[in-house]
Ligand binder design. Sequence first.
Ligand SMILES: Cc1cc2nc3c(=O)[nH]c(=O)nc-3n(C[C@H](O)[C@H](O)[C@H](O)COP(=O)(O)O)c2cc1C
Ligand code: SF4
Length: 440
Amino acid sequence: MSSIQLLLANDKKPGIKNYTAYRANGGYQSVEKALGNMSPDEVTEEVKKSGLRGRGGAGFPTGMKWSFLAKPEGVARYLVVNADESEPGTFKDRYLMEFIPHLLIEGMVVASYALGANVSYIYIRGEYAWIVDILEEAIVEAKQNGFLGKNILGKGYDLEIYVQRGAGAYICGEETALLESLEGRRGNPRIKPPFPAVKGLWGCPTVVNNVETIAAVVPIINMTGDEYAKIGVGRSTGTKLISACGNINKPGVYEIDMTCSVEEFIFSEDYCGGIPNGKRLKACIPGGSSVPILPANLLLKTAKGETRYMNYESLSDGGFETGSMMGSGGFIVLDEDQCVVRHTMTLARFYHHESCGQCSPCREGTGWMHKILKSIENGTGKMSDIELLWDIQRKIEGNTICPLGDAAAWPVAAAIRHFRDEFEWHVTHPAEAMVGNYAF
Ligand SMILES: Cc1cc2nc3c(=O)[nH]c(=O)nc-3n(C[C@H](O)[C@H](O)[C@H](O)COP(=O)(O)O)c2cc1C
Ligand code: SF4
């Protein structure tokens, strides 16, 4: 296991969910440091130096995002924490909020101070109902101890944090749909520009950041941005939480320093512990359901024959032809018994169900792809359906208001690119395909 644990260093300590134990283990020192000795711009500068990239999926540099925030006089600014976490295979934010809620609250106080926000929100996935109570208790405790509310630590800075539950829509994780929902409307993504940094919540400048991103601000301020940047490799600085699931012996949430290889992550006892019953590794979706699936040969080594590592650059090496993405860190492993066509069909059903319906390519295309995939999976498809699928996904990608369209197209494209033989097998073996008697 990585010896560097910045976020999960204390997650197993007794009582860490509550303020007393959290504080006794060094909690809220970053608030004391930031509000005591640093200006808001200096906090942003540290985050810039750290090289921290957004952990919600796109990997955009956090410090740069903060520095884009418009700061007109007399206009409120907001920090909104994206805790929607509905991407299949992703459950790292849930772990952080459920077991170390004060880490998020602490990070929010520091981040809100840097951004000049006096009101901040946590927009949380509706299904995480019990975590709302955990967060609200942490907010009360932070207030009682002077780390939240009016005149924090006597430094003249005020902050209120509110938790808002979503209603169970994946699209509300897209930042502008989230803001619509937070304002009380249906969660339809907005056309950009304007970006939230200029016109976000209630029309005011807003930063939307993922839970893990904000939690990472705590160690950055404690250890300095320069020290944080020394961890990891290249532009993949610091640590990353990976939620691992599928055909592995030890599903769970792991904190890695992004220097470990994919092979080590899957097979080492420190992480996934290998594949049950000695089965072979077939494929993996390394960054949440939206990113391209990779067959075992391209997962463990890049197309150039180099070792593939668990970081932004290495996972995307080769582009979408032979690589994938770090995404949200939802790592889904498939063993030799899994059917990629069935798997792709299940994902297509999800994206069709979750499309908000504003743009035709996404609204119509996701349903169409699901229908065709279902037909192929059921043994009633034609060879020409494979080309049709390819054509549909290409026409969705890049032609929609928000990236949900891309997220629906990429898994289909990658499945055909790397597992075309399985699609063809379903067409040529309809009777076996119908009963799921796979022989590939
Ligand atoms: C359909 C869709 C769903 C998304 N869901 C989430 C989510 O659940 N959590 C999240 O942090 N980001 C999600 N994002 C990305 C957000 O739009 C946004 O980029 C992110 O919250 C920014 O935070 P970061 O810079 O800290 O990564 C989603 C994007 C799309 C297109
Ligand atoms: S891409 Fe899909 S989810 Fe996004 S705005 Fe268009 S229809 Fe809605």
